[in-house]
Design a binder for this molecule. Structure first.
Ligand SMILES: NC(=O)c1ccc[n+]([C@@H]2O[C@H](COP(=O)([O-])OP(=O)(O)OC[C@H]3O[C@@H](n4cnc5c(N)ncnc54)[C@H](O)[C@@H]3O)[C@@H](O)[C@H]2O)c1
Length: 251
C-alpha cells in the first residue's frame, strides 16, 4: 500500500489476542514505525519485544490506558519526544459489558463509554493538532456493526454509534488540513474472546446468517485499516467501512 513507509503509526490496545496486535504487525510489514500501546503493561512490553525481533528498531512499546486522559497526554508527549510525530492513529481499544439495560451496573455503562468512546476522543484531542500542523495524518477508529444493530449491550451499541459520529465530526474539522478520519465497523471477528464466548454471543446463528458463512479474521480487518491509513485511500474521509462478510445485511 502506498505511503506507509516510515510513517509513525500508533495503535491502541495492541497487546491483546485480537485485532490490535495483528494491525500493529501489518503496519510494520507495510514499512511503518509502530508504537504499540496497551493498558496491560507487561503484555505491551512483550508484544513490542516480539515484534521488534521481526522488525528490529521499528517497534516502540508504551503502556497506555486510553480512558485515562493524563496517561494519554503523557504517552503522546513521550512518543513525540522520541519519534517526532504521529502520522497514523488507530483507535482500537474497546471493551463490552453483559446484561440488559435495567440489569447493567451503572459503573459498567460508564466504563464502556469511557474506554470505547471517550478513549477515542482523548487520543484524537492530543494527536490531531500535530497532524493539522504538518498537514498530514490519518485516523482510523475501530467501531462495530453494533453501531447500527441491537445484538450487543446498550453501552457498547451506544459507544460505537458515538464513535461513528465522532469520526464524521473529526473528518469535517480536519479535512481542510489534509487529515483524514475514518471508521471500520467489523462484524464478528474470530478473536480469542469471540471463540471463548461463542455460545453466549450467538456465534452459530451469525455463521448461518453470514453470506460468507464464517467469522472474519483479524487480518481481514487489519488490511482495511492499513488501506484507510495509506495514500491509496487519499480521497476517503468520514466513512464507516463495514467488514462483516455481509453479515450486517442480516444482523
Ligand atoms: N472481536 C470482534 O468480533 C469485534 C467486532 C466488532 C468490533 N470489535 C472492536 O475491535 C476492537 C478490537 O477488539 P479485539 O476483540 O480484536 O481485541 P484486541 O486484542 O484488539 O484488544 C484487546 C486489548 O485491549 C486492551 N485494553 C482494554 N482496555 C483498554 C484501555 N482502557 N486502554 C488501552 N487498552 C485497553 C486489553 O489490555 C487487551 O490487550 C475493539 O474496539 C472492539 O470493540 C471487535
Amino acid at each position: 500500500m502506498r505511503g506507509l513507509k516510515d510513517k509513525v503509526a500508533l495503535v491502541t490496545a495492541a497487546a491483546g489476542a485480537g485485532m490490535g496486535k495483528v494491525t500493529a504487525h501489518r503496519l510494520a510489514q507495510e514499512g511503518a514505525l509502530v508504537v504499540v500501546t496497551d493498558s496491560h503493561a507487561r503484555r505491551t512490553r512483550e508484544t513490542a519485544d516480539e515484534l521488534n525481533k521481526e522488525f528490529p528498531g521499528r517497534i516502540f512499546g508504551f503502556p497506555l490506558d486510553v480512558s485515562n486522559r493524563n496517561n494519554v497526554d503523557e504517552v503522546v508527549g513521550a512518543v513525540g519526544a522520541r519519534l517526532g510525530r504521529i502520522d497514523i492513529l488507530v483507535n482500537n481499544a474497546g471493551i463490552n459489558a453483559f446484561g440488559g439495560v435495567s440489569e447493567l451496573n451503572p459503573e459498567d455503562w460508564q466504563r464502556v463509554l469511557d474506554v470505547d468512546l471517550t478513549g477515542c476522543f482523548n487520543m484524537i484531542r492530543v494527536i490531531l493538532p500535530g497532524m493539522k500542523n504538518r498537514r498530514q495524518g490519518a485516523i482510523i477508529n475501530i467501531a462495530s456493526v453494533a453501531a447500527w444493530t441491537t445484538n450487543s449491550s446498550a453501552p457498547y451499541n451506544a459507544a460505537k454509534a458515538g464513535v461513528l459520529a465522532l469520526t464524521r465530526t473529526v473528518a469535517a474539522e480536519a479535512g481542510p488540513f489534509n487529515v483524514r478520519c475514518n471508521a471500520i465497523a467489523p462484524g464478528m471477528i474470530m478473536t480469542k474472546w469471540v471463540e471463548t464466548h461463542w455460545q453466549e454471543i450467538g456465534g452459530d446463528k451469525m455463521e448461518k446468517d453470514c453470506p460468507l458463512r464464517r467469522g472474519g479474521k483479524p487480518e481481514e480487518v487489519a488490511a482495511v485499516t492499513c488501506f484507510l491509513a495509506s495514500d491509496d485511500a487519499s480521497y476517503i474521509t468520514g466513512e464507516a467501512v463495514t467488514v462483516s462478510g455481509g453479515w450486517y445485511m442480516h444482523a
